[in-house]
Write a protein that binds this ligand. Structure first.
Ligand code: IMP
Ligand code: MG
Length: 186
């Protein structure tokens, strides 16, 4: 049985309306910056899917999408090791394209740093980063962030694509976990 999120929800950090309003603002910025160009959005699975789906609905410049998956750590762990592995590579070549990476959250920064390093070897015309959440106080490696939704405090969050042991990604808001009351699935 899956625990009801209300049992361990400490607080709703970002409610649905605020998320959507901010995503629209980010899309407006992107629309201005990429005006007259073709954009290639790369979503990092799986946490970024809800953000990508909402963001692209507000993006009016012509764009294509692709996906990649990396694994930074397994179920139960709460911290990046700095070792990331590609588990699903892009379908398309990115050389000479204007690439924008779409991520759910930048925490230590290791994931984005490795992805940027890897993708830059494929010679995109430009390569930028868009993250919904920025847990800035936890940064261990400097990464350039071109578009950010919200800077959040050092709390473990879930919902809107972000998981707690792979569940609760469907919730329409960003919530903070009360670790005392959360029971991991067996
Ligand atoms: P980084 O490599 O430390 O920057 O970690 C980035 C990845 O860790 C994100 O793409 C998320 O998958 C995961 N992550 C970091 N913080 C959280 C959190 O508070 N909730 C859920 N996932 C998180
Ligand atoms: Mg992720």
């Amino acid at each position: 049985m899956q625990q009801d999120y209300q049992e361990f929800l400490k607080e709703i950090l970002i409610p649905q309306e605020q998320l959507q309003a901010r995503i629209k603002e980010i899309a407006d910025e992107i629309n201005r910056d990429y005006q007259g160009r073709k954009l290639h959005l790369i979503c990092i699975l799986r946490g970024g899917v809800l953000f990508l789906a909402d963001l692209m609905r507000y993006i009016t410049v012509n764009h294509t999408i692709d996906f990649m998956a990396i694994s930074s750590y397994g179920t139960g762990a709460r911290k990046s090791t700095g070792h990331v592995r590609i588990t699903l590579d892009l379908k398309e070549d990115i050389s000479e394209r204007d690439v924008l990476l779409v991520e759910d959250i930048v925490d230590s920064g290791y994931t984005i740093a490795s992805v940027l390093e890897l993708l830059s070897t494929r010679h995109p015309k430009s390569l930028r980063v868009c993250t919904l959440l920025d847990k800035a106080v936890r940064r261990e490696i400097d990464v350039p962030i071109d578009y950010r939704g919200f800077v959040i405090p050092d709390k473990f969050v879930f919902g809107y694509g972000l998981d707690l042991d792979e569940y609760y990604r469907n919730l329409p808001f960003i919530g903070a976990v009360d670790p005392e009351r959360y029971q991991p699935p067996d």
